[in-house]
Design a protein around this ligand. Structure first.
Ligand SMILES: Cc1cc2nc3c(=O)[nH]c(=O)nc-3n(C[C@H](O)[C@H](O)[C@H](O)COP(=O)(O)OP(=O)(O)OC[C@H]3O[C@@H](n4cnc5c(N)ncnc54)[C@H](O)[C@@H]3O)c2cc1C
Length: 459
């Protein structure tokens, strides 16, 4: 029978969430040769799931926004090579390698990172005694002086762990209240009775499940409306059109605030395609790419291009009516009418980080300050709390938290969002967090006290 253990072992680092972001941090630690230091200070990996590495990425029934080689590049390093050698025989790995310059389906990418995690995580435990606690949910975090007390729930038992650093990437969510807020920011009211779904849940449905879920909406006769201008919004249009055109769907509506932005390798390529862009705002000064950070790529680019040209999308007879909110009262009124009459509104924007309950030492709730598109964090992903205090030792950089663009790496001026991507998690997004964790380990405020494994505790 499991028992509660509130004895508080003390760790140097707890890595909460071993999806693409948490895994990126671990890969970076291996490449940087930091494992010895992490192991000596006491490090554990905690995830609520059983199959780790892919998080939700492999659930999305869409095509990636980068080519296979970008994902394979995350696994390419002399220090990773011996650990990942068995991947060479994996059909998933071979498929991605054979089609390195094509954008793969995300479920295949998910498989790749799940297989990579299946090799890396046991190796970390064998070689460095860094364990992975699966099916262990982080339920609460208390910020106490210079450390964090993390509450973990496993098989009905609760235990607490004190850690100097907490790398917390539990994924992102789209909530009705954030949809309400962003609609209000555009001057629109979400009707109380509106039927709303998030692109996050829609994109995880297989075609037949999607059809079953939304087919009845067609009978309603009202417009089916996707709100947003991101990769997710265009993927939602694509998946709705593919699943529902046999049931009579002929039109979707897209309500968006920013112009539809397409990615091009060069300005010449964009001009040749007849794409209208702003040479000052939309070109990255370093790479010279058009809409490098915010532009639609691959399949979503194709859908975006068809929408702009007024063509039917994705090989279906479905066309997309667009309503660009350009600040005019007339368009705003049309959008409100749409919202009021829609059979379905799909929230295709605005992820927020999933965070457990956060508290101060005295039990008062802590909230993380947000800025447009993510948390108000520094380059290491350390956020500010509601009082403007930097939460040193806490690092969030995955979906919903996001890091702002690093001007040294370049981006287009018109992009004000956050950078989320597996390659970034394995490289720039987790690098500063890792350096900051290592720096704290050099000067610990509390002595590290090793902990027993949860299996022993719960025996
Ligand atoms: C629709 C969509 C398409 C995308 N396409 C691409 C793409 O093509 N290319 C690309 O590079 N990026 C893409 N991204 C961005 C990003 O790479 C993915 O969203 C990725 O899944 C984010 O990884 P994550 O680790 O932040 O979160 P998640 O994938 O959600 O992983 C979170 C992990 O935390 C664990 N967890 C959750 N709650 C708890 C808890 N309480 N306690 C312990 N563990 C917990 C989960 O089990 C999971 O393992 C896409 C994002 C979206 C939304």
């Amino acid at each position: 029978m499991a028992r509660n253990d509130l004895s508080e072992a003390t760790l140097g680092c707890l890595i909460g969430g071993a999806g693409p972001a948490g895994l990126g941090f671990l890969f970076n630690a291996i490449k940087r040769g930091a494992l010895e230091q992490l192991a000596q200070a006491g490090t554990i990996i905690v995830d609520a799931g059983t199959e780790l590495g892919a998080g939700k990425l492999g659930d999305y029934q869409i095509i990636a926004n980068s080519v296979s080689d970008v994902f394979l590049d995350c696994l390419r390093d002399p220090l990773l090579a011996p650990i990942l050698a068995p991947l060479q025989a994996s059909p998933t790995f071979r498929h991605l390698k054979l089609n390195a310059q094509e954008a793969p389906a995300l479920p295949i990418v998910g498989q790749l990172f799940q297989q990579a995690a299946g090799l890396i995580l046991p190796w970390l435990e064998r070689q460095y005694g860094i364990p992975t606690w699966r099916q262990t949910r982080i339920t609460e975090v208390t910020c106490e002086g210079s450390s964090y007390v993390v509450w973990l729930e496993q098989a009905g038992a609760i235990r607490r762990v004190r850690t100097s650093s907490l790398v917390l990437n539990l994924g992102g969510k789209q909530t009705r209240s954030s949809f309400e807020e962003s609609s209000q920011a555009m001057g629109l009211q979400l009707p109380q009775s509106a039927s709303i779904d998030s692109s996050d849940s829609l994109l995880r449905l297989q075609p037949e499940a999607l059809r079953q879920r939304y087919r009845a909406r067609l009978k309603d006769g009202g417009p089916i409306c996707v709100v947003g201008g991101s990769h997710s919004a265009f993927s939602a249009l694509d998946n709705l059109a593919s699943a529902l055109h046999h049931d009579g769907l002929r039109e979707l509506t897209l309500v968006h605030r920013s112009p539809i932005r397409l990615f091009y390798e060069t300005a010449a390529e964009a001009l040749a395609a007849g794409y209208d862009f702003d040479p000052l705002q939309d070109i990255c000064p370093i790479s010279k790419r058009v809409n490098r950070s915010g532009g639609l790529r691959y399949r979503a680019h194709e859908i975006g291009r068809q929408v702009l040209a007024g063509q039917a999308i994705g090989g279906t007879p479905v066309k997309v009516k667009t309503l660009h909110l350009d600040g005019s009262a007339e368009r705003l009124a049309s959008a409100q009418t749409l919202f009021d009459s829609a059979a379905l509104l799909v929230q295709g924007m605005g992820y927020q980080p999933i965070v457990p309950e956060l508290r101060c030492q005295d039990g008062r709730p802590l909230t993380l300050r947000t800025l447009r598109g993510g948390l108000d964090s520094d380059a290491a992903g350390s956020p500010l709390d509601q009082h403007g205090q930097r939460l040193k030792g806490l690092h969030l950089f995955g979906l919903g938290s996001g890091l702002a663009v690093d001007p040294r790496l370049g981006s287009e001026a018109s992009f004000s969002g956050r950078i989320y991507g597996v390659w970034q998690f394995h490289n720039d997004a987790s690098r500063e967090a890792l350096e900051s964790v290592l720096e704290r380990l050099d000067k610990p405020g509390v002595p590290f006290r090793p902990m027993a494994s949860p299996v022993a505790e719960h025996a």
